[in-house]
Design a protein around this ligand. Structure first.
Ligand SMILES: Nc1ncnc2c1ncn2[C@@H]1O[C@H](COP(=O)(O)OP(=O)(O)OP(=O)(O)O)[C@@H](O)[C@H]1O
Ligand SMILES: [Mg+2]
Length: 290
């Protein structure tokens, strides 16, 4: 009984201190918005098992996560740790074996295919490693494709703002084959932003780009958060990419092992090296409240 009381007091003290530090940090720092905010994506108790019996692979073994609005979150971890599986489930592209996901308050794990497709179209944007543009369409047609599919008109001012942000004004009539890799990925970023999605998912967005063009795409994602208030979740192996994130979540063996606000390149590099060492001790999880 005695112990419980002491623990409770310590908890309250710790929470008060954290809240105070967070307020001070938010007031002092030019780029620090508080880490608290509305959760656009939430997941509880996510599991995903591929296959059955002896051949079963437990890709996710119990993931809880809240993604705050208007922040850039990076998901990192060794190959096979479950990053793409988690991203696909959070985006409603795959179903979990167990657990629940909400996007913008809607429980997507309960939705039937038709409603889920509609919700994805309205609320979710995607950027893939391999750009996934339609070869027969111009850059401009690719950008407005999500609107065309939904039979929605582009808001002209927004379309112009997005095209200007990605710097493709003089490439709009070009087909993907006539664009560089970096330009193609910028078309993909514009296509993802055009519907003003509640959340934009990017799986290795710089994986097929050299460091300079990759840097341009990252700069664009960062600006979409800072200037348009976009919420972005990015899976990446790239230490530089993760260092522009507001928060870095590390997975290992299908669970979150570390969850940190903004990290330096060196800290990210050290953490990844530690996680990739099979004998490494488990890292304590530090929750980032949203
Ligand atoms: N369709 C599938 N069928 C069976 N196993 C799968 C399937 N997809 C993924 N897995 C397994 O689930 C685990 C997690 O895979 P996932 O693709 O999520 O990892 P990842 O962290 O994205 O890896 P990488 O960094 O290599 O992209 C791996 O062991 C993988 O082999
Ligand atoms: Mg992957």
């Amino acid at each position: 009984m005695q112990t419980t009381t002491i623990d409770k007091r310590e908890d309250t003290d710790t929470r008060d201190t954290l809240e105070r530090l967070e307020r001070e940090f938010a007031a002092d720092s030019p780029f620090a918005q508080p880490l608290t905010g509305r959760a656009v994506v939430q997941a509880r108790g996510l599991t995903r098992t591929y296959g059955k019996g002896d051949a079963a692979v437990h890709a996710l073994t119990g993931v809880d996560i809240d993604i705050a609005a208007g922040r850039l979150t990076a998901i990192m971890g060794p190959s096979g740790s479950g990053k793409s599986t988690l991203m696909h489930i959070l985006a409603g592209l795959d179903e979990p074996t167990g657990g629940t996901v909400w996007i913008d308050g809607a429980e997507i794990t309960r939705l039937k295919e038709k409603k889920l497709t509609q919700l994805r179209r309205d609320k979710v944007g995607f950027i893939f490693q391999s750009f996934n543009l339609l070869a027969t369409l111009s850059a401009d047609e690719n950008i407005v494709l999500p609107l065309s599919l939904a039979r929605r008109q582009a808001d002209e001012a927004w379309r112009r703002a997005v095209i200007e942000a990605v710097g493709l004004q003089d490439r709009l009539t070009h087909r993907p084959a006539e664009l560089s890799g970096g330009q193609q990925q910028r078309v993909a970023v514009a296509r993802a932003l055009i519907t003003r999605p509640a959340v934009l998912f990017a799986d290795e967005p710089t994986g097929n780009l050299d460091s300079r063009t990759g840097g341009e795409v990252l700069d664009l994602l960062r600006r979409s958060v800072d200037e348009f208030g976009q919420t972005v979740i990015m899976v990446t192996h790239d230490v530089g990419a993760a260092s522009i994130a507001d928060r870095v979540v590390f997975l290992k063996d299908g669970r979150i092992v570390l969850d940190r606000a903004r990290m330096t390149r060196d800290a990210i590099y050290d953490t990844i090296k530690n996680l990739e060492t099979p004998a490494a001790k488990p890292v304590a999880r530090v929750a980032v409240e949203v």
